[in-house]
Ligand binder design. Sequence first.
Ligand SMILES: [Zn+2]
Length: 269
Amino acid sequence: MNIFLYIIIFIIGISFGSFYSLAIYRIPKKVNIVTKHSFCPNCGHKLGFLELIPIFSYIFLKGKCKHCKQKIKPRYFILELLSGLVFVIIAFCLKIDIYNLNLDTIIRFIFIILYLSFIFLIAGIDKDYRKIEKNVLCYGIVISCFYVIYICIIAQTNIYKYVMYLVTLIILLILDNIKQLKEAKDSYVLDILMLIVVMLINTDIIVTAATILIVAFAIAIARGILYLRNALNKFKKENKKVMQTYKLGYLLCIANILLFIEQLYLMYD
Ligand SMILES: [Zn+2]
């Protein structure tokens, strides 16, 4: 019987994945994510019911639009599959069992899914645009508030640190607003700081610290390689200097998901 439960969780996961693709495409373009019907980005053809089924539609349509035959990017398929798998892995880590369902586990699972949705959207948009989308960040702050309230209700101890995180988040939000009022420049660094505080609330300090360390380490290595390449170019008297910007939000999210899943696995083992 449990296998059916996990199949249902997988189907929910791929449906969420399908929604993530849509949201990552639409939010930066300011297209409504709820009311506007799904369409082919190339020819505008409205997708029919069968074309909306995640994963299977991609397989049956052989990765092409039914109408204009334009290739559909495999990343849609990959994101759906990945999301389905992550949902199943998390259910497995939480030891969700159809014969032994309890409310605490279900609520924990829902909070994790809400948080994962946040991470997927931040990562996807930052990967494409090098931008932390404000609306998604606000969503992250709202779910963090609910999570803190939930923790206050189930465990009366140790909540002061969460309250501290929330206060930090609010201060950053105010700073961000002031900065935006003063100059219309983007506030990537402040946004990254807010992302880190949301991570602190929804995972914990160890996972977040490890996330930052791993990303810092990876960037240091990438910088080192870049430095060597530029030095080599200079040596060969080639006058091209390669610069690189890093999509910090994207990198942090990837590292955070992996470490968070690992911690869940160890915690419930
Ligand atoms: Zn098309």
